[in-house]
Write a protein that binds this ligand. Structure first.
Ligand code: ZN
Length: 419
């Protein structure tokens, strides 16, 4: 069999594995709470809070959609015309067109160009968030964060580009197989190692002071069977008013991280409720589920890119002979961008189901639906959420159930448990 035949077979196998993983690991059997409960929940929210959340999201929408449209247009323009290939060539020219220079510099130039062209929309978004008091950063802090994230992406991007094109040179007929395995490993590294390395670049962490809340959080974690080594406070207030908490690390390194904004804004019982939700993610191994699905998806994407990338009309448009040469990197990015947009609603749906299960876990662990609901109201108020967003936007990108869905879930729990 030819490498192409093996690729078709591998893609079919990966697709089946992906479908099986999504079917078995994602909690599909828990539909959102009834719409009537959601509407009842919406009615108890303060009218001005709802209006403010809706106004913020209305103000953010043009910047968000413009960034998507411009990002897609740039990717298609560079990828489906010879323009992108020429850019890669130009970046490699000072180095005699060496493949390393083309691969790394050319690749980074293409990525940076797309970032720079959507930068005005990020700035627009920042002005809206500042206007609504959600973001507390000045332009200086915003720029520093931006440069930090560029630096992280550049280092990571250079390594990936170098690795990918080195493999292509070493195994011109089988690179897709190594690439698929490499992409799967990369997803694992990104989800387990990178957070631990990147977290300290953006925030400072200090152990939570001993007291009733700290004791309650550690004992709740132990009771839940997900012991944590430490409870840390992140100084998120340097940049935002938004509140959050998460559990990171695995096994002996597992720790609970609480934003200082959450401690400032919420009652201790509500903080407990948020942490109970995060413990649900740890207990149900949601990071593992996400990583496995992501790894299978990434591997399948590499094989699919190889197959789609050998389609000659596409190569002619980009003015390249093969998808595997550095000059075809912009074409690769165009295909990845389109695939990313198509998979956005699917990823959002999976995420919402997983988040709803963590909510159910929090309700069962704390057995305190009233505090859970109060916390959801507070979260919506502080984060200026649209508690009941437009349906199309929700289906497109909502990673969490809406505020009214989460409140309705608490009411359903209260009803069922007779509280
Ligand atoms: Zn969550």
């Amino acid at each position: 069999m030819t490498p192409r035949g093996w690729a078709v077979l591998t893609l079919a196998g990966l697709a089946v594995a992906l479908v099986v993983a999504v079917a078995l690991l994602v909690p599909w059997g828990r539909p959102p709470a009834p719409r009537a409960d959601q509407l009842a929940a919406l009615r108890v929210l303060p009218v001005d809070q709802v209006a403010r959340g809706r106004a913020l999201h209305g103000a953010l929408r043009p910047a968000g959609w413009s960034a998507i449209v411009v990002g897609l247009a740039v990717a298609l323009l560079l990828g489906l015309t010879p323009l992108g290939g020429r850019l890669v060539e130009a970046a490699g020219r000072p180095f005699g067109g060496h493949w390393v220079a083309q691969a790394v510099l050319g690749g980074l130039v293409v990525l940076l160009l797309a970032d720079l062209l959507t930068l005005p929309f990020s700035a627009w978004r920042h002005t809206v968030l500042v206007r609504y008091g959600l973001n507390t950063q000045g332009w200086g802090g915003w720029a520093v964060d931006l440069l930090k994230s560029y630096a992280v992406s550049a280092v990571l991007g250079a390594l990936v580009l170098l690795g990918f094109y080195a493999v292509v040179r070493l195994a011109p007929r089988w690179w897709w197989a190594f690439g698929a395995a490499g992409a799967a490993v990369l997803v694992m590294v990104l989800s387990f190692v990178l957070p631990v390395l990147v977290e300290p670049v953006f925030n400072r962490f200090t152990p939570m002071e001993p007291g009733p809340l700290r004791t309650e959080l550690t004992s709740m974690a132990a009771r839940d069977g997900v012991p944590v080594r430490d409870v840390l406070v992140a100084d998120a207030s340097r940049r935002t008013r938004a509140v959050n908490a998460y559990v990171s690390g695995l096994g002996p390194t597992r720790r609970v991280v609480v934003y200082d904004t959450l401690l400032r804004e919420a009652e201790p019982a509500e903080v407990t409720s948020v942490v109970a939700h995060e413990l649900g993610h740890a207990k149900d191994r949601d990071v593992w589920t996400g990583t496995l699905i992501g790894a299978l998806g990434a591997a399948a994407a590499v094989v699919a890119l190889y197959l789609v990338g050998s389609w000659s009309p596409l190569l002619r448009l980009a003015g390249v002979d093969s998808i595997a040469q550095p000059r075809a990197f912009p074409l690769l990015i165009a295909l990845v961008t389109v695939a990313g947009l198509l998979s956005t609603p699917v990823q959002a749906l999976v995420s919402r189901r997983v988040e709803a299960r963590a909510d159910a876990h929090a309700l069962a662990l704390t057995d305190d639906p009233a505090t859970f609901e109060a916390m959801q109201r507070r979260l919506a108020g502080v984060n200026l959420a649209d508690p009941d967003p437009p349906r199309w936007e929700y289906l497109w990108s909502a990673s969490h159930p809406s505020t009214v869905e989460r409140m309705a879930a608490a009411r359903a729990y209260a009803r069922e448990s007779g509280r």
